[in-house]
Ligand binder design. Structure first.
Ligand SMILES: Cc1ncc(COP(=O)(O)O)c(C=O)c1O
Length: 373
């Protein structure tokens, strides 16, 4: 009902373009039926969570639902701390790592400040900067040319950090490019950044990385207390629906984030199930292996169709169609295959395609053959 009321949000929010979470999936599921829809648009794990998580879910005491969750999330934070070799008070939990990326923006940047991130970097970085009225500084990627790696240019990022920079966001691997950077290059970048500027390394896809030269930024924290590493249970742990992420940072940073974090931001069931997920590293190892096999097979098929597939260390592929990919995306959607258009990232000839089950891939390839015919 239009009432004529004209809301007047604060200027930064007035200008903000919301994060695009993709198509209306409940409506698509209703239209196609679950078994006729290939959902390859959100980089979820088709393998789902560990059986241990399912067992823990079956044992959730209904009394859990009537109480507020542990505001400190101590059980899960302790489990994360012990698997990553940090202290529990260096861990802060989020309702997904998305929430933490936004909170970090709110805590460390404001109007007049600069927030630095890469072109083609994860969309939330720009939103987090804009939401607080900071100036987003988008540093050109390594290459803009088609068929070239479009990863972060760490040298250029270091050069873009100036006296007004209050926060730097990096993603390793990055979504949507699937690119990584080596830990040695990150170390060189950190050496050039003032010690009071937090550098956030978003490692949402870290579990998929197999190249030891990439590794995790966590080991650099001793020398660089301004490093903040974010991780999630949404990808390799197969728990996107639970909404649990975490950041590992210096205690002083965790303390700042906790001032703004909503006390009960991670629900009680999520706290229990994420802990069960951590207790099964074998599941993540199997997911990594199966994802690599599926990704390589899919990349091979797409390449054989004449498409350019960007190398990827993740559970998704950035595919270049050398033409306006919006039409291809629409044709796939009409055939019950959901992928993510990349026009919003400035990559209008590309689609981002998550790896799925073998059946998802068959459906995608059949729909693509028709769409491209
Ligand atoms: C690079 C990256 N970081 C963070 C997230 C947010 O994940 P979540 O909020 O589910 O933890 C995503 C989700 O797609 C992502 O691709």
């Amino acid at each position: 009902m239009a009432t004529g009321f004209v809301p007047r949000p604060v200027p930064a929010i007035d200008r903000l373009r919301a994060y695009d979470p993709g198509h209306d999936l409940p409506a698509l599921r209703a239209r196609f039926g679950d078994d006729r829809l290939a959902e390859l648009g959100s980089n979820e794990s088709p393998f789902g969570p560990s059986p241990r998580v399912l067992a823990a879910l079956a044992q959730v005491d209904p009394a859990t639902l009537l109480r507020y969750p542990d505001p400190l999330g101590l059980g899960l934070r302790t489990a994360i701390a012990s698997t990553t070799g940090v202290a529990p008070d260096e861990v802060v939990l989020g309702n997904g790592s998305h929430e933490l990326l936004m909170l970090l923006g709110q805590c460390f940047a404001g109007p007049g400040d600069e927030v630095v991130f890469s072109e083609f970097g994860f969309a939330v970085f720009a939103i987090a900067a804009a939401a607080v009225g900071a100036t987003p500084v988008q540093v050109p990627a390594l290459s803009r040319a088609a068929r070239m790696p479009r990863g972060h240019d760490l040298e250029a990022i270091a050069a873009a950090v100036g006296p007004r920079t209050r926060l730097v966001y990096l993603a390793n691997p990055n979504n949507p490019t699937g690119t990584t950077f080596a830990r040695a290059d990150l170390e060189r970048l950190l050496a050039r950044i003032p010690a009071d500027v937090p550098v956030v390394v978003d490692e949402a896809y870290a579990e998929y990385v197999e190249d030891p030269a990439v590794g995790s930024a966590l080991v650099l924290r001793d020398r660089h207390p301004n490093l903040v590493v974010t991780r999630t249970f949404s990808k390799a742990h197969g728990l996107a629906g639970l909404r649990v992420g975490h950041a590992i940072a210096d205690r002083a940073v965790v303390d700042v984030v906790n001032r703004l974090r909503e006390s009960f931001n991670v629900n009680a069931v999520a706290l229990k199930l994420a802990e069960a997920a951590l207790a099964d590293p074998g599941h993540v190892a199997r997911v990594r292996e199966a994802t690599r096999r599926g990704r390589e097979a899919l990349a091979g098929e797409l390449t054989a169709m004449g498409l350019f597939v960007h190398p990827s260390s993740t559970n998704f592929l950035l595919v270049d169609f050398d033409r306006d990919a919006a039409l291809v995306e629409a044709a796939l959607l009409a055939r019950g295959v959901v992928v993510r258009p990349m026009g919003g990232y400035g990559l209008p000839t590309c689609l981002r395609i998550s790896t799925g089950t073998a059946r998802d891939h068959e459906r995608l390839l059949a729909a693509l053959a028709e769409a491209l015919a």
